[in-house]
Design a binder for this molecule. Structure first.
Ligand code: GLU
Length: 490
């Protein structure tokens, strides 16, 4: 089995296309097949190296490594269409020679006028066939004389083109609705429907898995296979990924590209696992499974042909699961850019600061959906001491008691130290429960809400002891208590 993902490098990798890549990858991995990556860059105006690189980078980030293709090599290369122009020209020459292809000299204006006339007559627009019957010798002479021409495929009349789509079942098109498609443009650049067939045939692709937006191209491509006597591959057209309103997922729904979800702080394994669940199910009432297990269970035949809706809440649920499983050192590494963006990390991290992050972050990861929320949780550590303290019942007493308790240099380095100290503050003030812990929280973390006190206060005091760590400076609990006392008991 040989499958391929064939992106056009004209923008970021859309999650719908990422799902197409994933389904190809799952099939290849699960069936010991070969996953090929081919770059379809024949749209010279819109293709860029930068977006090619971004697509490769996103695929690698998702862990969808390809066995053959650009940057990986293989014996069916080159894998970039602009490096295969010779193959397309040779193939076009074959079709011109046997008459299955012909030169068309119609100008853009002529074609446009014909199209408008057809639409006005309520006819489906298709090429009128003007140049179909120009005698070959005359057409070759005009072309040799410098007249610009495209090459079209002579589509057989009054015929059905049928194929059994692995996902959608039998699909039939009548050739009478298919105008003779352009195979090669006047500048010599092949059209998608031509290049894709030659490449899939030459690369010995056995299964073409792509978005259903290509389904109307498939009969045209089958006719091109026929024109060369090639056997078409199996086709599977995946339903598109929709937004919550059942319109194709687009910018107006919010994030659409792999890059954006990556920047929002989703883990690659979360996106992969979630995308696999759109229109497919691993069965046995299980959803959260590693990619290799998804691949083991994946069957193209079980992909739903109804549209799948992208549900970011569900993605967040999947991400919570993987954040909890994430190893501390990896979590620290993944979180670092987000902490840096918030000014919580300001320089190169020392080994001690890294240890600190590896201790603190896993505890916080149990209650967040996405990586940047780890920075929200850490605000309690990095908030400067003595933010505006509203006068509240108990605040002044608790501040004095805390300052007294911490004055001797006591560091709240763990849960037990904190709990013992809180017990003594309770004795000093006579306050308990919320009346005690709310003021402690406000004074020491600068906010009414945040992570568990017995988690965050040790985090604060351990960070306060670090110096030249790469973390932003952290005031100790003692400094915070003293500052608040000064403010509240003038
Ligand atoms: N370059 C095409 C696209 O990105 C590939 C379609 C196909 O897989 O045949 O839509």
């Amino acid at each position: 089995m040989r499958v391929r993902f064939a992106p056009s490098p004209t923008g970021h990798l859309h999650v719908g296309n990422a799902r197409t890549a994933l389904f190809n990858w799952l099939l290849a991995r699960g069936q010991q097949g070969t996953f090929i990556l081919r770059i379809e860059d024949t749209d010279l105006e819109r293709s860029t190296k930068a977006s090619e690189q971004a697509i490769l980078d996103d695929l690698r980030w998702m862990g969808l490594q390809w066995d053959e293709g650009v940057e990986a090599g293989g014996s069916f290369g080159p894998y970039r269409q602009t490096e295969r122009l010779r193959n397309y020209a040779d193939h076009a020459a074959r079709l011109l020679a046997d008459g299955t292809g012909y030169y068309c000299f119609c100008s853009a204006e002529t074609l446009d006028a014909q199209r408008k006339a057809q639409l006005a007559a309520a006819l489906p627009p298709k090429y009128a066939g003007t140049c179909r019957n120009i005698p070959a010798a005359e057409a070759f002479a005009r072309k040799a004389g410098g007249e610009p021409a495209v090459i079209r495929l002579r589509v057989p009349e009054r015929r059905e083109v049928a194929f059994t789509d692995v996902v959608r079942g039998l699909v039939t098109f009548h050739t009478d609705v298919i105008g003779d498609p352009v195979l090669v443009r006047s500048d010599g650049i092949p059209a998608y429907n031509f290049a894709v067939v030659i490449d899939d045939a030459e690369m010995e692709v056995t299964h073409v898995i792509r978005g259903e937006d290509h389904i109307s191209n498939t009969p045209r491509q089958i006719l091109v296979y026929e024109a060369f006597g090639y056997t078409p591959p199996a086709f599977a057209h995946l339903s598109l990924v929709m937004g919550p309103d059942h319109a194709p997922l687009s910018k107006r729904h919010g994030a659409t590209s792999v890059r954006e979800f990556r920047e929002k702080g989703y883990l690659p394994e979360s996106l992969v696992n979630y995308l696999a669940l759109i229109g497919w199910s691993p069965g046995q009432n299980e959803e959260l499974l590693p990619a290799e297990e998804l691949a083991r269970r994946f069957r193209l035949e079980n992909v739903a042909h109804s549209a799948g809706v992208f549900d970011e809440d569900k993605l967040a649920w999947v991400n919570r699961h993987y954040l909890k499983l994430c190893a501390p050192d990896r979590l620290a590494e993944l979180a670092e850019p987000h902490l840096r963006a918030r000014g919580q990390v300001v320089g190169p991290l020392s080994a001690a600061a890294r240890d600190w992050l590896e201790q603190v972050l896993p505890a916080m990861a149990t209650s967040v959906d996405r990586l940047p929320q780890l920075a929200d949780r850490l605000e309690a550590v990095f908030r400067p001491a003595g933010g505006p303290l509203e006068s509240e019942p108990g605040l002044a007493e608790v501040a004095s008691a805390l300052a007294a308790e911490l004055a001797g240099g006591l560091r709240l380095i763990d849960k037990d130290t904190f709990r013992a100290m809180a017990g003594r503050v309770k004795d000093r003030t006579g306050l308990k429960g919320k009346a005690l812990f709310h003021p402690i929280r406000v004074i020491l973390t600068g906010a009414a809400e945040g992570p568990e006190l017995d988690l965050i206060l040790p985090a604060i005091d351990r960070a306060a002891e670090l110096s030249d760590s790469g973390l932003a400076p952290v005031a100790s609990c003692q400094q915070r208590a003293q500052f608040a006392t000064g403010l509240l008991n003038p």
